[in-house]
Design a protein around this ligand. Structure first.
Ligand code: ADP
Ligand code: MG
Length: 301
């Protein structure tokens, strides 16, 4: 098959691994810098161009779209979809997962466990949110944050109010969330492909830190999931309509709670911790579902 990978940087671990796995399995794999693709949308024959050439004959596209370029990246991916190319993850599914409000609403409607979370726009309401999610301690999160950067633990009501005031002053969108203390500074990343959790790891925050992000010095170890965790992860990915997802779960006293669903989950941490060849599993999924002339699996719109 001829496979396109949308990625800003071909040297990234995940991109390199996908290319390597695709080639090893006998496919032609091309990496395109998402922001350098341009499109012809107003004709009967939608096209995508790259460095002066029209991209034709692709059977599948693997989107690796960073949060900062979601809008344009999804437009490029949609264009591939309009041309009949099979997307490993569909643009509409990635759009759902990227929007934290929309995804929380979808997950809660499907009965997936979530930490109590409040959203507000006005400052007066924001203060009442602390009470709504059960009072301090709370976690206040910037909606735009990644790698744990915009995530603050406020131990007291006073601290929470100050953080909310500061975020509001900066005109940043945020959520107020119940703090899951019993998670003990760790969370579980479940890597979902199709209807299977193919790998899982626990990430443990370093001493004195509650955020388990590997970028913040957290450490990853392979973990065994409970049946409830497994089904929660699958349900979360399915609710978004994602074929490939990294579902982050907090282990709480009332069972697994989903923190977020990542639509371009990184491979480095999970392959390192589990020693599994996840890149090849992604390619195999495309072989099974994206083959020309085969019926396509499509998420609901
Ligand atoms: P980011 O998208 O920046 O990674 P997260 O929402 O994933 O932000 O939060 C970063 C880390 O902080 C999580 O991996 C988890 O370890 C910790 N954390 C986040 N929310 C909570 C919470 N409500 N209770 C306990 N720990 C949390
Ligand atoms: Mg996270």
């Amino acid at each position: 098959m001829k496979i396109a990978v949308l990625s800003r940087n071909r040297r990234l671990y995940s991109t390199r691994r996908i290319v390597e796995a695709g080639q090893k399995r006998g496919h032609e794999v091309y990496v395109f810098d998402t922001l350098k693709c341009y499109m012809d949308i107003a004709t009967m024959k939608p096209g995508i161009y790259y460095k002066g050439e029209r991209l034709d004959g692709f059977h599948a596209v693997i989107p690796r779209i960073g949060a900062s370029i979601t809008g344009y990246g999804l437009a490029v991916l949609r264009q591939f979809e309009m041309m009949g190319v099979f997307p490993l993850n569909e643009s509409v599914a990635i759009g759902r997962a990227r929007d934290k409000l929309r995804s929380s609403q979808l997950l809660s409607r499907k009965g997936v466990g979530l930490p109590n979370t409040g959203f507000a726009h006005d400052i007066e309401n924001a203060h009442d949110l602390i009470r709504l999610v059960g009072g301090a301690p709370v976690v206040v999160k910037l909606l735009e944050g990644t790698q744990g950067k915009g995530v603050v633990l406020a131990e007291t009501k006073k601290a929470a109010e100050s953080v909310i005031d500061a975020f509001q002053e900066l005109k940043a969108d945020f959520v107020v969330q119940e703090f899951i203390k019993e998670a003990g500074g760790s969370d579980v990343r479940c890597f979902v492909i199709g209807d299977k959790v193919v790998a899982a790891m626990t990430r443990q925050a370093r001493e004195g830190e509650f955020r388990s992000n590997l970028h913040r010095g957290g450490t990853a170890t392979v973990t065994k999931l409970t049946p409830a965790e497994r089904s929660t992860a699958l349900k979360a990915a399915k609710s978004m309509g994602l074929n490939v997802a990294g579902v982050d779960i907090l282990r709480s006293n009332r069972g697994p709670l989903v923190m977020e669903v990542n639509s371009s989950p990184g491979l480095e941490g999970i392959e390192g911790a589990t020693k599994k060849d996840i890149a090849s599993m992604m390619i195999e999924f495309i072989e099974r579902h994206g083959e020309p002339n085969k019926t396509r699996t499509r998420g609901k719109g």
